[in-house]
Write a protein that binds this ligand. Structure first.
Ligand code: CDP
Ligand code: MG
Length: 715
C-alpha cells in the first residue's frame, strides 16, 4: 500500500482556539485555514485528487483525526468533482457524526448549513437544491436508492467509517458495487445488456447476477454519468475492501500520534460504572490540566454518571468544583451535540461522557485522559429464538486501541483501562461485523423494495448466516410483509418498506387504521423509538415513582407512554399560548425535571413523531383516533407485536410464546407488580435475567383472532 507521509512540522495550530469565543470573523477564518492546513491529510491533497481521478474505486485508510471526513469532500469539491451539478455524498454509520461533521465543514467553507454543505439523517434533512457536499447516514442513502436506484444525483459517494462494518454499510457496499458498474457501463455505452458478466478474476465471479440484472433493466436506454466510489476506513487493514472490489487500489494517509501511557487496574472491577466515576475524580484531583473522555455503553449509563458527578461536586472544596460534564450519544438532539467541540469555561476541566461514537466517528480536540471500562453495548441475534437482545460485552483489542489513541491526538496522554493487563490480551482482535449478528428483517425488506429478490444470492462483503436470513424472512412473512413466494406484499409490505422503522413498528402503523388508532399509534411508536423516557434516580426512588403515577395506566406501559406524551404536549401548547416558544420550551424542561422525565428523549420522540406523521400522510393513510377507548390500541398492538407475546406461568415468571424463553417483567414496567395473565412486550433485555420491557395487557383470544398464522386455540 503506498504510504502518504505528512509533514510533522505543520503541527502548530491550536485546535482549541478555533472553537473559542467569537473574535472577529476574519481572525476566525484565518484560524480555520490554519487548522485545515495543519491536518496530516493536507500535505497529500493533490496526490489524493490524482488518485481519485485515476481510480473509479479508491480505498483510503487513515488514522482517526487525520482529516479524512472533514477535508476530502472539500478537496473533491474544489477539484471539480461537482461539475455538472453532481453531489458528493458521504455516508456515516452514526447520526451524530453526520450532523457534527456537516456543521463543522459548513463553517470551514464559510457557508450556512443547508446551502453548499448539509446533512440528511433519518428524522432530519437540512439539505437544499444548492447542497453539493452532503453528509448522511448509510441507512439514509439506502433509502434514497428506493426512489433513485442509480443514485444518479451523486458524482462521488464516499462510504466513511467502513471499518465499523455496520449492517447498513455492508448492504450499501453491495448495492454501490452494482450501481457503480451499471453507471460505468451505461456511460461508456458498452452494455446495457442483461448478459454483461464480470471478466476479471475470481472475486468478480461472485457477482449477484440477479441484483445486477434488476438494476440494469431499469437503466436501459438511460445515459448515466459514471460514479466515483471511495471507501474510507480507520482500520489499517484495507484488504477486505480491496478484495471485495476486485483488487481496488488502497492508499494510506498517515496520522500523527503522541505517546499514550496505558494504565491497568490490579484487580478486575465488579462495577465499572462506579470505577469510572472514581477514576474521573482521581484524575481531576491528582492530574495536571487536560480534558477527560470516558467511554460508556449507553444513554442510561451516561446520564447516571452525569448525575452522580453533579451530586458529588458540592462535596469537593470550592476550588475543585471546576468540572464541566458533556454527554455525547447517538440520540442526543443535534443542537446539543456540538457542545463536545466547545472548550470548557476558563479554568474548567471538560469531562466527556461518550458511547463508542467517540472511538473513530467524532474526533474531539483537547483530550488528554481516556477512561476505558472496556465495555460496549451491542445488538445480538439468536436465529433459533429470533430474539435480538442488546447486551453489554467486552470491547475488542482494536476498539481498546482506538479508545486509548484518543488521548494522544494533541500531545502525550494517559489511558486508564479499568481491567487488569492480562485481560487485554484475552480480548478478541476485532469486532464481528454486525451483519453476522443481527436480525436481517429490516435489510431484507429494503432489498426487496429495491427489487432484489434473491437475498441469498446478494453479493454481501461477508455473507450473513443462512439461518438468520431464513428466520428474518419468516418474521416478515408472519408480519404479512412478504407473500408466499417471497415477494413484497401489496399494500402491507410496500407500505412497511417506506417507513424508516423496525418492521414491527412499521406494521403497527400500517394496520393502525383498521383499528382507528393511527393517531395514538404514531405517538406510541415515537416513544418506543427513543431510549429511557423516565429516569429513576436511586436516591429519589419514591419521589420519582409518585411522579410516574400521574401518567401511568393500569393497562400497561404503551398507554403510560401515550399519556406522558400527551401531558407534555398539552403543557407545551398551553405554555405557547401565554409566552414565547422559547419560554414555553424552557418551562417544559422544568416540568420534565419535576416529573422525572428525560427531556432529551422526549424532544427526540417529538421529532420522530412529526417525521413519521409526515411519512404516513404521504402514504395516503388517514390519521384516525380511538378517542377515550384504548381497547382498539391494545388490539392493534396485539396485531403487530404478536411475536412478542408472553403468558404467565404458575411461578410468576412468563413464557415468551414464540421463542419459548422464560422471561420476567422489568422492574421499570407499570405492570411489574400486577403480573397480568397475557401480555405483549416491546423488547427483551438480557442481563443476568431475561427481562422484557414496555408491556401491555392483552387477551390471548385476540392473538388467535388477529394472528391466526401463529396462534391457535389451546387444547
Ligand atoms: O475523519 P478523520 O478521523 O480522519 O478526521 P476528521 O473527522 O476530518 O477531523 C479532522 C479534525 O477536525 C480533527 O482535529 C477534529 O478535532 C476537527 N473537528 C472539529 O474540530 N470539529 C468537528 N465537528 C469535527 C472535526
Ligand atoms: Mg472520520
Amino acid at each position: 500500500m503506498p504510504s502518504m507521509a505528512s509533514n510533522d512540522s505543520t503541527h502548530t495550530a491550536n485546535i482549541n482556539q478555533l472553537n473559542g469565543p467569537k473574535t472577529d470573523s476574519l481572525d476566525r477564518r484565518q484560524k480555520i485555514e490554519q487548522h485545515r492546513k495543519a491536518l496530516p491529510i493536507a500535505t497529500v491533497e493533490k496526490k489524493l485528487l490524482e488518485e481519485v481521478s485515476n481510480n473509479d474505486i479508491l480505498i483510503i485508510v487513515g488514522e482517526t483525526g487525520s482529516g479524512k471526513t472533514t477535508q476530502l469532500p472539500q478537496y473533491l469539491f474544489n477539484g471539480g468533482f461537482c461539475r455538472n451539478g453532481g453531489i458528493i455524498g458521504i455516508t456515516q454509520p452514526r447520526r451524530v457524526a453526520a450532523v457534527t461533521v456537516a456543521k463543522r465543514v459548513a463553517e470551514e467553507c464559510g457557508a450556512t448549513l443547508g446551502q453548499k454543505v448539509g446533512y440528511s439523517i433519518r428524522f432530519e434533512d437540512t439539505t437544499s437544491s444548492s447542497t453539493r457536499i452532503k453528509y448522511m447516514t448509510d441507512g439514509l442513502l439506502l433509502r434514497e436508492a428506493l426512489l433513485d436506484p442509480y443514485l444518479s444525483k451523486y458524482s462521488v459517494i464516499i462510504v466513511d467509517e467502513a471499518h465499523e462494518r455496520t449492517v447498513q454499510t455492508d448492504v450499501l457496499l453491495g448495492l454501490l458495487k452494482t450501481v457503480q458498474k451499471t453507471r460505468s457501463s451505461s456511460a461508456s455505452d458498452v452494455a446495457c445488456s442483461d448478459h454483461t458478466k464480470p471478466d476479471n478474476g475470481a472475486m468478480l465471479e461472485k457477482e449477484a447476477i440477479v441484483q445486477s440484472t434488476s438494476i440494469l433493466k431499469h437503466s436501459r436506454g438511460k445515459k448515466l454519468s459514471p460514479l466515483k466510489l471511495i471507501i474510507m476506513s480507520a482500520s489499517l487493514d484495507a484488504r477486505v475492501f480491496s478484495e471485495y472490489f476486485g483488487g481496488a487500489r488502497a492508499v494510506h494517509v498517515q496520522g500523527r500520534q503522541f505517546p499514550v501511557d496505558i494504565l491497568y487496574t490490579r484487580q478486575p472491577e465488579t462495577d465499572y460504572v462506579d470505577a469510572a466515576l472514581i477514576t474521573i475524580f482521581q484524575i481531576h484531583l491528582e492530574e495536571g490540566p487536560g480534558d477527560v473522555l470516558v467511554f460508556l455503553t449507553g444513554q442510561e449509563e451516561i446520564e447516571s454518571i452525569e448525575r452522580l458527578v453533579q451530586d458529588r461536586l458540592p462535596k469537593l472544596p470550592e476550588s475543585k468544583r471546576n468540572i464541566s460534564i458533556i454527554p455525547i450519544f447517538a440520540s442526543l438532539p443535534s443542537e446539543k451535540q456540538m457542545k463536545v467541540f466547545l472548550p470548557a469555561p476558563a479554568g474548567f476541566r471538560k469531562v466527556i461522557l461518550a458511547t463508542n461514537i467517540a472511538e473513530t466517528s467524532v474526533t474531539i480536540p483537547g483530550i488528554k485522559y481516556v477512561i476505558d471500562p472496556g465495555m460496549v453495548k451491542v445488538r445480538t441475534y439468536d436465529p433459533n429464538t429470533g430474539i435480538e437482545p442488546l447486551i453489554i460485552v467486552k470491547t475488542s483489542k482494536a476498539q481498546a486501541l482506538q479508545r486509548s489513541g484518543r488521548a494522544g491526538r494533541d500531545g502525550p496522554g494517559k489511558c486508564y483501562r479499568l481491567y487488569p493487563e492480562n485481560e487485554f490480551y484475552k480480548l478478541k482482535d476485532s469486532t464481528m461485523p454486525e451483519i453476522k449478528r443481527c436480525n436481517l428483517s429490516n435489510v431484507i425488506l429494503q432489498l426487496k423494495a429495491l427489487g432484489i429478490d434473491d437475498i441469498i444470492g446478494f453479493d454481501f462483503i461477508e455473507e450473513p448466516d443462512r439461518r438468520a436470513i431464513i428466520k428474518s424472512m419468516e418474521l416478515l412473512f408472519l408480519l404479512g410483509a412478504l407473500t408466499d413466494d417471497g415477494k413484497l406484499s401489496d399494500p402491507v409490505g410496500h407500505q412497511m418498506s417506506r417507513l424508516p422503522l423496525d418492521p414491527i413498528y412499521s406494521k403497527a402503523l400500517v394496520v393502525a387504521n383498521q383499528f382507528s388508532c393511527l393517531e395514538e399509534m404514531l405517538i406510541v411508536v415515537s416513544m418506543l423509538s427513543v431510549e429511557s423516557i423516565f429516569y429513576v434516580p436511586r436516591e429519589k426512588l419514591e419521589e420519582s415513582r409518585t411522579a410516574l403515577k400521574s401518567f401511568s395506566s393500569t393497562e400497561g406501559d404503551h398507554l403510560t407512554l401515550l399519556n406522558t406524551y400527551r401531558a407534555s404536549d398539552e403543557f407545551l401548547e398551553k405554555g405557547k399560548l401565554v409566552s414565547s416558544n422559547e419560554k414555553a420550551e424552557k418551562n417544559l424542561r422544568k416540568w420534565c425535571k419535576e416529573n422525572f422525565i428525560n427531556n432529551r428523549s422526549l424532544k427526540h420522540a417529538r421529532d420522530i413523531h412529526s417525521q413519521i406523521r409526515r411519512n404516513v400522510e404521504q402514504m395516503g393513510l388517514r390519521i384516525t383516533s380511538c378517542g377515550e377507548d384504548m381497547l382498539p390500541l391494545r388490539r392493534c398492538l396485539s396485531a403487530s407485536f404478536f411475536l412478542n407475546a408472553a403468558l404467565k406461568q404458575p411461578d410468576g415468571t412468563y413464557r415468551a410464546l414464540s421463542s419459548g424463553l422464560t422471561v420476567q417483567i422489568h422492574p421499570s414496567s407499570v405492570l411489574f407488580r400486577a403480573k397480568p395473565e397475557c401480555i405483549i412486550f416491546d423488547e427483551l433485555v438480557r442481563t443476568n435475567q431475561n427481562y422484557i420491557r414496555n408491556i401491555s395487557i392483552i387477551d390471548y383470544l385476540w392473538l388467535i383472532e388477529l394472528a391466526p398464522q401463529c396462534y391457535a386455540l389451546q387444547e
